[in-house]
Every structure is written in C-alpha cells, then in structure tokens.
Design a protein around this ligand. Structure first.
Ligand code: SAH
Length: 247
C-alpha cells in the first residue's frame, strides 16, 4: 500500500513537472508567432519580414524566465518589457529579436553590448556569434548577470562593469585581451546622440543599433553602418528605452 502511494506520488510529481515544461514551451511558441507577426507589421520601416531561422532558434532556446525576477516569472513569455530592479527593464522580446536581426550576426563576429541589464540580450546573441562583450553601469546588475550567465553555461560572453559610453576603451588599459574593434555594437539604453567613441570602435563594414532620443521624448532605433567612405544612419522604429546614464 505504502509503495503504491509512493509510486502514485512520484507519478503526479512527474506529470506536473512535464506539464510545466510544456506550458512554457507552448508559451514560447506562441511568443515566436507574435514576434513574427510584429516583424510583418513593421516590415515597411524595418525591411525585415520575419526572423531568420538562426535568430528564431536562439529566441526559442534562450530561457527568458531565468533572466526575470521570481515575482514576475509568469510573464516571462509575454511580449512586453519587465522590471529587473534598480529602475531598469529587460526589453520586450520583439525588440530583442529586432536588434539581433538588424546587426546580421555571423559566427565569426565579435559584438559589443552596452547595457547588460539582466543578460538576456547577450544570451540571445551568444549562439549566433563568436564573442559577446557586454558592459553594465550598475554594479549590482553587472554582478548578478555575470553569475547568472556563467551558471547557465554561456562561455563566449565577457562581462564588464562601468560606463559603456566609451565602449571598452577604458578597460583596455587593464586587460590586453579586449578587442579594439567590433563587428557590431548593440546599445540597449537610449542616448541623446550617437556616441562618437562607439563609432570609432566599429570595424569598417560594421553595424551599430542604438536607441536615440530623450527620456520623455520619442526615441528611434537607429541603425548605423560604417563603410570606408563614412557613416550612414537609418531610422528603424520608434521605441522606448531607459536612458544611457553616465558615471
Ligand atoms: N540588454 C538588457 C536591457 C537592459 S536595460 C537586457 O537584455 O536585459 C539597459 C541597461 O543599460 C540597464 O541595465 C542600465 O543600467 C544600463 N546602462 C545605462 N547606461 C549605461 C552606460 N552608460 N553604460 C553601461 N550600461 C548602461
């Protein structure tokens, strides 16, 4: 009798565990559909009809719930930004997918992210590129995301604490392994202008995506492309980001 009860108990634990995984899997699939329909709706301005298979796979595989505070986890797969503490937010999944897509990531690329926050954007980029270097100005968030990313097994994400307005130029003096130039740069906090030092750290042929505009004004995601002859910029979409702050 005791054994039968034990078996039954184990069975229910197993069923509920599988049920939970399935629920998240369903929510993730639903989210991918929503993201793709948002790409279709905004394709007039972004020129992107839907996620490419590799970006879609990374969005499917990256466990967003791990990057979200426990009390908000039930909204992990809703297409909305969420608070991550310290007055900061993890971006809406569509925006993460869009920023990832517009830089056209390649397996050989070395990417800089300014504004690590929860670490989610860095995690989405990780399987698509060679290296992600990510800098965060709030020490507590930098520490938390570094520990989380390590715990989740991300090996090609390198974390830094500090003001990313100058990219990693200030860190370079202390660590010779830091790249001089990047194939692309993703800035996940809004700046009033495009920081010239970030343009300098972009390779020829490189791309930068950055929200530009004031805190209570319309901000635009701007795609900056650097060529041998100069720098071109293109408005992609109106957005709302937390501000790029300065030390
Ligand atoms: N990419 C993040 C989004 C975080 S929100 C994610 O996926 O969760 C933007 C982040 O940029 C915040 O954590 C904020 O603290 C950080 N930030 C703001 N100004 C910064 C600066 N000058 N340098 C580095 N990080 C900055």
């Amino acid at each position: 009798m005791k054994e039968a009860l034990l078996t039954l108990g184990l069975f229910f634990i197993l069923v509920s565990a599988v049920g939970k995984t399935d629920r998240f899997r369903d929510e993730r699939s639903a989210l991918l559909k929503i993201i793709n329909s948002q790409f279709a709706e905004s394709s007039g301005t972004t020129s992107i009809l839907r996620m490419s298979p590799s970006v879609e796979k990374s969005m499917r595989d990256t466990p967003r719930s791990q990057f979200i505070p426990q009390y908000l986890r039930r909204y992990s797969y809703a297409n909305r930004p969420l608070s991550i503490g310290h007055g900061q937010t993890i971006s809406q999944p569509f925006i993460v997918a869009l920023m990832t897509e517009v830089i056209r990531p390649k397996k050989s690329h070395v990417v800089l992210e300014v504004g690590t926050g929860s670490g989610y954007q860095a995690a989405v980029l990780s399987p698509l590129v060679k290296e992600v270097h990510s800098i965060e100005i709030i020490p507590q968030l930098a520490k938390k995301s570094k520990i989380l990313l390590k715990g989740l097994g991300y090996k090609n994400i390198f974390s830094y604490t500090g003001d990313g307005y100058y990219g990693l130029s200030k860190h370079r003096q202390s660590n010779r392994k830091i790249p001089d130039l990047f194939d692309s740069i993703i800035v996940t906090a809004a700046s009033s202008h495009i920081p010239p030092s970030l343009i300098k750290q972009l390779k020829i042929g490189g791309k930068m995506i950055i929200p530009v505009g004031g805190t209570f004004q319309v901000q635009y995601l701007i795609l900056v492309e650097k060529s041998a002859t100069g720098v071109k910029s293109k408005n992609i979409l109106p957005v709302r980001f937390v501000p790029l702050t300065r030390n």
